[in-house]
Design a protein around this ligand. Structure first.
Ligand code: IPE
Ligand code: IPE
Ligand code: MG
Length: 252
């Protein structure tokens, strides 16, 4: 095969390096508690180590050129945990936002917070407000933290907003489409979700991004979240690139 043939072929069959990078990756950051227990430490120790993994994940997303990274930090169901763990998680989130926003800002990261703000401590609300305002002009990567987020709650909220518009006479029920409902979800400004990664090895979605997951690819990794490194993101994206997304069709 001469060089010209190779050139023609490489355009038809993309090499693994040229395969599509997902635009939007979401991660269920699970396994902090187990990681701490393996070391004979309190769960809070695992959560602290988890923050460092968040920094590595954001850096890896920047290096790989993702458009959006969405991280599940606290679910609407996580209030069931002991009060001291819940309080610790809020303090940790506030501290992380306050400490890391200058660096995120400098790197071109836009920070978004998804989820229900009702019931969050005042300090966390202020840190969220500042993080979003400080980074609003950034375009390189959107990094969203889902806090007090539940997929069901988000869809319910969207449905309620549409119902209110109908009640006011601004919308007809027959004009409610999938596209319109989507505009009312917390993720409305983000690209479509391509890949969901869950660390910690479980094979469930735990009420994350229920609507958005309709045609996302799912990769569950055995690594516990505090051990997450750039190589794990690469590995999951490599797995994603091997998949054939058919969206209900028959494929090529
Ligand atoms: C994920 O780790 C962090 C949060 C849910 C906040 P876990 O705390 O769920 O860790 P495991 O699953 O108990 O190991
Ligand atoms: C999902 O993890 C929520 C977050 C990672 C924030 P959980 O540990 O809460 O999920 P379950 O309880 O194993 O389903
Ligand atoms: Mg867990």
């Amino acid at each position: 095969m001469d060089v010209r043939d190779a050139e023609v072929l490489s355009r038809v069959i993309p090499s693994p390096m040229e395969k599509e990078i997902p635009r939007h990756v979401a991660i269920i950051m699970d396994g902090n508690g187990r990681w701490a227990r393996q070391r004979g430490k309190a769960r809070s120790f695992g959560h602290e180590a988890g923050v460092k993994a968040v920094r590595r994940a954001v850096q890896a997303a920047l290096d790989m050129g993702l458009e959006a990274l969405t991280l599940f930090a606290f679910s609407t169901e996580n209030w069931r945990r002991p009060a001291d763990e819940v309080e610790f998680l809020w303090r940790l989130l506030q501290h992380h936002l306050e400490k890391d926003v200058p660096e995120l800002k400098a790197q071109g990261v836009r920070v978004l917070i998804l989820g229900d703000r009702e019931g969050l401590p005042g300090g966390v609300l202020e840190a969220i407000r500042a993080a979003e305002a400080e980074t609003a002009g950034n375009r390189r990567l959107v990094c969203s933290f889902a806090v007090n987020y539940g997929g069901r709650r988000d869809i319910t909220r969207a449905a309620r907003e549409l119902a209110q518009q109908v009640q006011r006479g601004n919308l007809r029920p027959e004009d409610i489409t999938e596209a319109l409902l989507e505009k009312h979800l917390a993720t409305a400004s983000l690209p479509p979700l391509d890949l969901l990664i869950r660390t910690g090895g479980e094979m469930r979605v735990s009420n994350f991004l229920l609507w958005e997951l309709a045609y996302a690819e799912f990769v569950s990794l055995p690594v516990l979240w505090p051990d997450f490194e750039a190589q794990h993101l690469k590995e999951a994206i490599g797995e994603y690139q091997k998949r054939q997304r058919r969206f209900g069709g028959v494929g090529p």
